[in-house]
Write a protein that binds this ligand. Structure first.
Ligand SMILES: Nc1nc2c(ncn2[C@@H]2O[C@H](COP(=O)(O)OP(=O)(O)OP(=O)(O)O)[C@@H](O)[C@H]2O)c(=O)[nH]1
Ligand SMILES: [Mg+2]
Length: 235
């Protein structure tokens, strides 16, 4: 696996031409659990101690390779605070994966995770791949949520699980890769089902695979196609 924002000699256009899939991922969870900083760590290897609460919706991208396919992860971030949250269904539309974040030092943020799962089940696609994240794992002395509680919840709900630190970067990379690999597995499975469907019908039916395989789209078209960037303030 590797990641790369732009090509070394061909510029952004040639990277866009090579992209096999675009995967939309949403980051959700209570306010101040570290959603924006996890995203900053993954896409820019950056962290801000004085991060302001997100207002509206923003997204970041990172291009990486999974199973020899070039995948552009388009990761959407919004406010955990209810009063700032953008129209829910629009935010979840087309999302293939979700990072559901709580703060290991704030029990309440973990207690709310069940509600976030319900919201996903209500608004997102049934096959969405969910990664539960216990963030701020660097604050060991302040831990309020035992790892076992989260493991049990994740197992019961069929979620991936990891504890991360956006501050020191622990597990952030591996959590995103795991989620994206899970999405890739789902997409490949659907593609296979489509192929089998066609085969069983003698090739007469045209089945649509929801979402993700793309043809050549230039970088800017790709990014401006369906989203509105309302805010991009990190610090
Ligand atoms: N110690 C520690 N602090 C963190 C970590 N991640 C985020 N923070 C801090 O937690 C605070 C909130 O982080 P944000 O990323 O803005 O939280 P958010 O979930 O995006 O919050 P909203 O935008 O309001 O929903 C900031 O002061 C961050 O610096 C972490 O892994 N460890
Ligand atoms: Mg935020």
């Amino acid at each position: 696996m590797n990641s790369d924002g732009e090509s070394e000699n061909g510029g952004p256009q040639s990277v866009a031409e090579k992209i096999d899939y675009v995967f939309k991922v949403v980051v959700i969870g209570d306010s101040a659990v570290g959603k924006t900083q996890i995203l900053a760590r993954f896409t820019k290897n950056d962290f801000c101690f004085d991060s302001k609460s997100t207002i509206g919706v923003e997204f970041q991208t990172r291009t990486l390779t999974i199973n020899s396919k070039v995948i552009k992860a388009q990761i959407w971030d919004t406010a955990g605070q209810e009063r700032y949250r953008a129209v829910t269904s629009a935010y979840y539309r087309g999302a293939l994966g979700a990072m559901l974040v709580y703060d290991i030092t704030k029990r309440q943020s973990f207690d709310h995770v069940a509600r976030w799962v319900e919201e996903l089940r209500a608004h997102a696609d049934n096959s969405i791949v969910i990664m539960l994240i216990g963030n701020k794992a660097d604050l060991v002395d302040l831990r309020a949520v035992p790892t076992e509680d989260a493991v049990e919840f994740a197992e019961n709900q069929g979620l991936f699980f990891s504890e991360t630190s956006a501050l020191n970067g622990d597990n952030v990379e591996s959590a995103f890769f795991k989620l994206l690999e899970g999405i890739y597995g789902q997409v490949s499975k659907k593609a296979l089902e489509c192929d089998e469907g066609k085969f069983n019908n003698g090739g007469s039916n045209t089945l649509m695979l929801k979402g993700s395989k793309i043809d050549v789209i230039s970088g800017s078209e790709l990014e401006m196609s369906e989203m509105k960037k309302l805010s991009s303030c990190y610090c």
